[in-house]
Design a protein. Structure first.
Length: 157
């Protein structure tokens, strides 16, 4: 896949997978100096690279689980989509949802990039849609994430 470095980023590694089984390629912070994110702060972090995603694919910018668990640092728009016709620098929106300040340093692994095929449907407009058992039930309609029967929290004999 074609990749280009931005001027002044030759010291940073190219995106790479941490293990042979990893789906994501680590993205590194190309900040000039340390950036401190206070609790609740958002910042746009450059990566120093541009890529040419092939037609029919997208690159998804996803969070790193360790940053979320240890520091509360997340990507508020995850996954972010890099379209096949975008040629600008990849940048990552970081949000500090933690309780303590977090420092982004040059070269830190801040996100990961996962590639996926894109399906382009052709719309087939209908006056209505076929009904399903769920129907129009949305947000929280199927319960609180607990097994069925566990909603009350009590143990039934």
């Amino acid at each position: 896949m074609p990749i280009a470095r931005r001027p002044g980023t030759g010291d940073l590694p190219l995106p790479a997978r941490a293990t042979a089984g990893a789906a994501g390629f680590d993205l590194h912070a190309a900040v000039e100096s340390d950036q401190v994110l206070g609790p609740g702060d958002r910042v746009l972090v450059p990566t120093g690279i541009s890529i040419a995603v092939p037609p029919g694919y997208e690159a998804q910018v996803r969070p790193r689980s360790g940053l979320a668990l240890r520091h509360g640092v997340m990507l508020p728009n995850a996954p972010g989509t890099i379209d096949s016709d975008y040629r600008g620098e990849l940048k990552v929106i970081l949000l500090n949802a933690g309780a303590a300040p977090f420092t982004v340093r040059r070269g830190d692994r801040i996100a990961q990039l996962v590639f996926a095929p894109v399906v382009i449907p052709e719309w087939d407009e209908k006056p209505s849609l076929e009904p399903t058992q769920r129907g129009v039930g949305g947000f929280g309609h199927t319960g609180l994430g607990r097994p069925r029967g566990a909603e009350t929290g009590g143990g039934e004999a």
